[in-house]
Design a protein around this ligand. Structure first.
Ligand code: SF4
Ligand code: SF4
Length: 330
């Protein structure tokens, strides 16, 4: 079902939501755009894509998962007020769908249950966006699409329908197009490129700084730290982001790291995003937002690297035989 609203009436609609819900929307603070609680629609920053993705709403840094006191352990349930996560682009909506497939703690599930996802069509993709290459799906509670003086609102769930129940219904539904892209990942079938020599260029430039994973909306790996309160009676288990780009990530007892080399870590990042997750869960983990490319301090572009491999397979000297060539030329 689709509904319609005049663009000039959107702020009024948001004001009615603010009375009943907590609204988290894109804002810009000190040159950084992120999702944050707003008290007025005027605070919403209508930007390209937020620098910091919406995962911080569901998996904030340092959140408490368990509390240990008097020989008892309490699981923190992550109860939040009814919340609207507003202004998500199609890529970021899909990122939430990806994370839903792997996060099962009460804290995460409760936040998800109490959050309504309101998407917004992306009118300003930049040179790093390649979402159309990543098999994105329609995943939202509501999705706004600008058309002339109006927004067309597609309804994806009962939760979403509730928010726009007083708006008029569109008699004839329209098909919402994909956002434009200037960049493309030419293939998802990258298994055959694992041993390609051309990864070396990217790996040489990689600093293992982990920025790509910190800004990636689908990276969800974490570490748990036990912090003792100053009363020395209570201990809290807190979740902190972790990164497969870091050597310590795969460090085990005895001092062995399973991905000791930067090459193995870099390739794991790319192959997990494009290939491994798809094999396990049926869709790529990468949603083509381009944040990892935007923030990389040494301008590594693994999408271009794959495209080069795809355009021109590396000549395999080890399999080349002059003898066979002579025979075929006879
Ligand atoms: S942001 Fe770039 S340099 Fe830093 S770990 Fe990722 S790929 Fe390597
Ligand atoms: S791997 Fe890069 S492009 Fe893909 S979802 Fe993560 S940050 Fe976005």
């Amino acid at each position: 079902m689709q509904k319609i609203i005049l663009k000039e009436n959107l702020n009024e609609l948001i004001k009615t939501w603010i009375k009943k819900y907590e609204i988290i929307a894109p804002v810009k603070e000190s040159k950084i755009s992120r999702f944050k609680k707003i008290n007025s629609p005027n605070e919403i920053y209508n930007c390209l894509l937020t620098d910091i993705p919406a995962k911080t709403h569901f998996i904030p840094e340092g959140e408490t998962l368990l509390e240990h006191k008097d020989k008892k352990t309490i699981e923190i349930e992550g109860k939040i007020k009814k919340t609207i996560l507003f202004g998500l682009r199609k890529c970021d909506l899909n990122a939430i769908q990806v994370v839903d497939k792997v996060m099962f703690d009460k804290n995460y599930i409760n936040k998800r249950k109490n959050t309504t996802l309101v998407g917004f069509f992306c009118e300003n993709p930049d040179k790093y966006c390649f979402c159309n290459s990543m098999e994105l799906q329609d995943f939202y509670d509501l999705y706004f699409y600008p058309q002339g003086k109006n927004y067309i609102i597609s309804i994806g769930s009962k939760k979403g329908e509730q928010l726009v129940k007083n708006l008029p219904e569109l008699k004839k539904e329209i098909k919402i197009p994909n956002p434009k892209n200037f960049k493309k990942l030419n293939t998802l079938d990258i298994e055959k490129y694992y041993k390609d020599e051309r990864w070396k260029g990217d790996v040489r430039k990689c600093l293992s700084c982990t920025a790509c994973t910190a800004y990636c909306p689908t990276c969800n790996c974490f570490d748990i730290k036990e912090l003792i309160n100053s009363d020395i009676k209570t201990i809290q288990s807190k979740r902190f982001h972790s990164s497969c780009m870091s050597k310590n990530f795969s460090l085990v007892a005895g001092g062995k790291s399973f991905r000791d080399s930067r090459t193995s870590r870099f390739k794991h990042f790319v192959f997990h995003k494009v290939l491994y997750f798809k094999k396990q869960k049926g869709r790529p983990m990468c949603i083509g937002c381009g944040r990892c490319l935007r923030v990389c301090p040494t301008k590594i572009d693994w999408v271009n690297t794959i495209n080069k491999m795809n355009r021109k397979p590396l000549f395999n000297f080890s399999r080349f035989s002059f003898k066979k060539l002579k025979e075929t030329n006879k």
